[in-house]
Design a protein around this ligand. Structure first.
Ligand SMILES: Nc1ncnc2c1ncn2[C@@H]1O[C@H](COP(=O)(O)OP(=O)(O)OP(=O)(O)O)[C@@H](O)[C@H]1O
Length: 345
């Protein structure tokens, strides 16, 4: 880096549900849903981020709304690249005219294949990055929540996003054991949708399912029961209909997804070397990612594992904050497939 370098490097969390951009020296400057609306006839971009998310389920035939990431990886390459270009431009609005292209630290799920990781690197470069440095999502999340990742000390992080849940035990700057499953927030929405369709013959939209989860969704059984009126389309008459749903029903519909996440945590603990397991017993498990905000999920995981469990304060931002903090160590990261979790000394 030269003496008069005008660098403005970026950290990016390209998530299934949300994309966030961190600018060195400024913090989180972009926080938008990973959604793009395009005009079907012309291919022109109609809306990106929050405004595109509002269009989901409400578009005429001429507009298509796409979520270009699925299960933590790129499902629609061209749309992802266009979206990233838009967000990176937005993040660098205040950039000097003479600034060079930014280096970008970008998170990828730890269970990603080489081909999938290559697609993320290529899309990031296409969006204007000079170099793209992949970092494993749970590692970034652990840095973001301030866990002592570089110390000889076991830390366990569970990042529950929209598409993936990543569980990792970290010590001495590397991931010791990890598990990445494609079960997370999106599956919770699907489980609620399926339950309502089966029990009430009512078809609800993706956004309604997400609001039900956020408003009255919870893990476990012993809950204060609350009601919510739900509107949708009656599958038998084809007409709009309103039903009243209870939080207990929602919790029951989420049981399998919650069990899947708890199981992944247990399996990772089982593979953890004893010294590190002892550290985790002392210091607890940290949950992060939007999915960790599901009510009572921390308690259920704590009961199942018999470990203290904490939810991170900035659960939706830990990963991007971690990518931002990692910019300090950018020289230690190399674009090498599948070893991105391990900073190279
Ligand atoms: N209060 C809440 N209660 C339950 N779920 C929530 C809450 N807030 C957000 N979520 C869920 O969190 C998920 C998004 O989390 P996050 O932004 O961390 O994921 P992501 O990084 O985009 O996904 P991934 O890491 O899988 O690529 C969505 O499924 C969203 O519905």
């Amino acid at each position: 880096m030269g003496k008069f370098s005008l660098s403005q490097d970026l950290g990016v969390d390209l998530g299934t549900a949300n994309t966030l951009v961190f600018v060195k020296g400024q913090g989180v400057v972009v926080k938008e849903p990973t959604v793009v609306a395009t005009n079907v006839q012309t291919g022109d971009i109609q809306a990106v981020g929050e405004s595109a998310k509002h269009m989901i389920g409400r578009t005429p035939g001429s507009i298509s709304v796409v979520r270009p990431m699925k299960d933590g990886v790129i499902a629609d390459y061209d749309t992802t690249a266009v979206m990233m270009t838009y967000f990176i431009k937005q993040a660098m609005r205040k950039r000097s005219l003479f600034a060079r292209k930014p280096n970008v630290m970008i998170c990828v799920p730890s269970g990603i294949t080489m081909v999938e990781e290559r697609a993320v690197i290529d899309a990031t470069k296409q969006a204007g990055a000079k170099e793209a440095f992949p970092i494993a999502e749970p590692f970034a999340a652990a840095i973001g929540v301030g866990l002592p990742v570089w110390e000889p000390m076991g830390s366990m992080i569970v990042d529950i996003g929209g598409g993936t849940t990543e569980v990792a035990v970290i010590s001495l700057g590397g991931i010791v054991t990890s598990r990445s499953i494609r079960t997370a927030g999106d599956n919770m929405d699907e489980a609620i949708t399926n339950y309502i369709r089966k029990e009430y013959s009512l078809m609800i939209g993706e956004r309604s399912a997400e609001s039900i989860k956020m408003d009255i969704g919870a893990a476990g059984e012993e809950l204060e029961n609350v009601d919510m009126d739900i509107r949708g389309r009656d599958l038998l008459t084809g007409l709009p209909k309103t039903i009243t749903l209870t939080s207990r029903e929602v919790a029951a519909s989420l049981e399998d997804t919650v069990a899947g996440i708890t199981q992944a945590v247990k399996q990772t603990l089982e593979k953890t070397p004893p010294e590190l397991a002892a550290d985790i017993v002392d210091r607890g498990i940290v949950l992060t990612g939007g999915g960790s905000l599901l009510k009572n999920l921390d308690k259920v995981i704590s009961e199942e594992t018999q470990m203290p469990v904490f939810v991170a304060e900035e659960a939706l931002e830990s990963v991007v904050i971690g990518t931002g903090k990692s910019l300090e160590y950018i020289q230690r990261f190399r674009s090498r497939p599948n070893v991105s979790s391990r900073p190279v000394e």
